[in-house]
Design a protein around this ligand. Structure first.
Ligand code: TPP
Length: 286
């Protein structure tokens, strides 16, 4: 699984002219994915930052057909598009639903789980900024424990729901985590997903500097720390076979947390809890 960045097309199918915030992780993810998905792609996006920052109608930053769906139903709309393509005998189009964490793991979950169960020939992307950013940064199921949000000033009390495990449990063709700080890894995963005949799920860590309390120019750096400290593992489950696609350096988790305002209340004991989890997971614990 290798991507040669020098051989990528120069054309930008998403990104130019988008009205996202400076350093928007979601927009970076979109640009990277479109480099490999190519122009024979149809995108559906539920209510979210990504649905709005790409513009609309004749002022869209997408150079492929793009549908802004209701919050609950992007994978259902993608399923319908796939059926319409099938009826017309069109087989060379990638159909991609592109949801935020709320549009995928919370309010959009019923249509996602349904499409995955039916093994629809689509790719669903969860771009994860770990909050409901388009409405001001509220807590959702993908918000990590202890993170401060706009409606949770004391920090979240329960853990992040493990969407990768949930999607893997559907027995779909392809499940992968990705991170905008590792574009070659991310693009290789989209290439694999596009080649599948059934359902693929790609979960991308895509920080939002406003919600995370970082500077816009730190988006990539902080995203990279998430993987290097071991908290955002890069892996894939390709037709049941699980592979870690990148070996992290295992920097201290404190380097990741201390870079972000949303974790400013984290105590040393809480940081130690996370460090123990990572150490145990990577087999370095006592
Ligand atoms: C049924 C419904 N409920 C609430 C909303 C308001 N709404 C629009 S976007 C959004 C949050 C989206 O969060 P997420 O999916 O995480 O994407 P992000 O905005 O973070 O990119 C909400 C609550 C809506 N459009 N429709």
């Amino acid at each position: 699984m290798t991507i040669n960045v020098n051989s990528l097309p120069q054309v930008e199918l998403f990104g130019q002219g988008n009205v996202g915030c400076k350093g928007c992780g979601a927009a970076i993810a979109g640009r990277q994915a479109m480099k490999v998905l190519g122009e024979r792609t149809i995108i559906t996006i539920p209510a979210s930052c990504m649905a709005t920052l790409g513009g609309s109608n004749t002022r869209s930053a997408w150079r492929v057909p793009f549908y802004h769906t209701l919050f609950e139903c992007a994978p259902a709309v993608s399923s319908g598009i796939r059926a319409a393509l099938e009826i017309q005998g069109i087989k060379d189009v990638n159909v991609v639903s592109w949801g935020g964490d709320a549009g995928s793991a919370d309010i959009g979950f019923q249509s996602l789980t349904g499409a995955a169960e039916r093994q629809e020939n689509i790719i669903h992307v969860l771009y994860d900024n770990e909050m409901y950013m388009n409405t001001g940064g509220q807590t959702g199921s993908q918000t990590p424990i202890y993170a401060i949000t706009s409606n949770g000033s004391l920090g979240k009390k329960v853990r992040k729901k493990n969407m990768l495990a949930i999607m893997e449990a559907h027995g779909i063709d392809y499940v992968a985590s990705a991170n905008i700080a590792y574009p070659e890894d991310l693009m290789a995963k989209f290439q694999k997903a596009a080649a599948k005949k059934g359902f693929s799920y790609i979960h991308i860590l895509a920080p939002c500097h406003r919600g995370w309390g970082i500077k816009p120019e730190e988006t990539i750096e902080v995203a990279r720390k998430a993987t290097e400290c071991g908290l955002w593992e890069l892996f894939e489950v390709d037709e049941g076979k699980r592979t870690r696609t990148y070996e992290p350096k295992l920097i201290p988790v404190a380097d990741y947390f201390k870079a972000q305002g949303r974790f400013k209340n984290l105590t040393d004991e809480q940081i130690a809890e996370f460090q123990k989890f990572v150490d145990d997971y990577y087999g370095k614990g006592e």
